[in-house]
Design a binder for this molecule. Structure first.
Ligand SMILES: [Zn+2]
Length: 429
């Protein structure tokens, strides 16, 4: 069906031709990715100027691609020189009333230790089928892949089946306040919209993340009484108490919150003591204060408050036995935003596109880290986190495989096209 305003004639394209047309755009796709990655987009939390310049670049690029509309939604932020953080929404109308979104982020984390890089992080290097640069994977690859996947339909004159929206957002690395939240508050996303968030993935593209564990960072401070190490009974050893408390806690938490769910790998909750603060310089002192922190990834069915309550219970027992005082608190927490069903329409459509391009069927999984699928699940939208990426985001020498970049662009083209391209039936003998 042809809708008004679509100037490219009636197509009769099959899926192979569509995939081939994406493949033929490889040089332009790689060039666009490299050009974008030259433009820094570090947020103000890390002393950066924000996404303004990268936003300008993407507006120019998208406006030249023949989409129905390219809109800018800004969020005021006095911490960046321009005073504004950009969010870009690209739309192409479809022939059904469903809406499919691919949401990617423009912001990047800083390069970190420059000496660890083999080439300058903001001068993208193409070598052996890879593109090396800060932000190549996180989230450059799929931002560009979504753009060129959609462009392939425009060039071929195929209307997407669902209305397609691409959102390029700011502020993903620091909480979405100036990004996804702005678009959500403006009512850009509607009930029933299908959301793909390519901010997580695997090198073979074989897994679609549909649920996340809750994440909690917990601080423990043990206050004892400092004294000379030759007369320990005159003090209360905060270090030793912390060690006893930690051992008791870990045993109890692993026992009490022991449920297991095979959607996740590892299948159970994880309780990891991670950072231990220095407690003093000399060896001949009984330390009076010991502080440490833990990283917990908890299955969605367990409220994080229950975990903390259990830690406080054990703290009371250890306090009574030791005479020390134990403070337990959250440093940060991100409760799971719930599940997108593996049978939901977004997962089914995405799986179909992946299998038509790649010849394999992806698995739905749960993951231990938080992605920006959460804000969508929290407002009741189904969101699938997927991409074919090597897993180098935030690393020195971050890179992507051009084969993964092109695979994802093809998947988006097929996902968007839906039933508006034909599928040749295998010849009958
Ligand atoms: Zn990211």
């Amino acid at each position: 069906m042809l809708t008004q305003g679509w100037p490219w004639g009636v197509p009769d394209l099959d899926i192979r031709q569509l995939i081939d047309s994406v493949a033929r755009s490889e040089d332009r796709v790689v060039k666009a990715l490299c050009d974008m990655l030259k433009v820094k987009a570090v947020g103000p939390e890390n002393g950066g100027a924000g996404e303004g310049e990268r936003g300008e670049f993407l507006l120019d690029l998208a406006k030249g691609m023949g989409f129905d509309s390219v809109e800018l939604y800004e969020s005021g932020d006095p911490r960046v020189p321009s005073g504004r953080r950009p969010n870009i929404v690209v739309r192409v109308r479809g022939t059904s009333d469903r809406n499919v979104w691919v949401v990617t982020h423009m912001d990047i984390v800083p390069e970190g230790d420059l000496d660890a890089w083999n080439s300058p992080p903001y001068e993208p290097r193409v070598e052996n089928g890879r593109v090396y640069a800060r932000g190549a994977e996180d989230n450059g690859q799929d931002l560009i892949a979504s753009l060129f996947g959609l462009e392939a339909l425009v060039r071929a004159g195929v209307r997407p089946e669902a209305n397609v929206g691409l959102a390029f957002v700011s502020d993903e690395e620091y909480g979405n306040t100036h990004g996804i939240d702005v678009l959500i508050n403006k009512g850009i996303f509607r009930e029933g919209d299908l959301i793909v968030v390519p901010d997580h993935g695997y090198p073979d593209g074989s897994k679609i993340a549909v649920v996340e564990k809750s994440v909690a960072w917990v601080r423990v401070v043990v206050i004892g009484k400092q004294t000379h190490a030759s007369t320990p009974d005159n003090g209360v050893n905060a270090f030793e108490t912390a060690a006893r408390y930690l051992a008791a806690c870990m045993d109890r938490l692993r026992e009490k919150f022991s449920a297991s769910d095979d959607l996740f790998d590892p299948p159970g909750s994880t309780f990891v003591p991670s950072r231990c603060e220095a407690n003093g310089k000399n060896i001949n002192t009984v330390p009076g204060r010991q502080e440490f922190a833990c990283d917990f990834r908890v299955l969605p069915e367990y409220p994080l408050d229950d975990v903390l309550a259990e830690m406080r219970k054990i703290a009371t027992k250890v306090e009574e036995a030791s005479g020390a005082k134990i403070e337990v608190s959250f440093i940060d927490r991100a409760p799971s935003a719930g599940r997108t069903s593996p049978d939901s329409e977004v997962v089914r459509r995405l799986s179909k596109a992946i299998s038509e391009v790649g010849g394999f069927t992806p698995d739905a999984i749960g993951i231990g880290g938080a992605t920006c699928a959460s804000p969508f699940r929290r407002i009741g939208l189904d969101a699938a986190a997927w991409s074919m990426i090597p897993g180098t985001g935030h690393d020195a020498n971050e890179y992507i495989e051009i084969s993964g970049l092109m695979f994802d662009a093809k998947v988006y083209a097929v996902l968007f096209a839906g039933d508006n391209v034909s599928r040749p039936q295998p010849a009958t003998p």
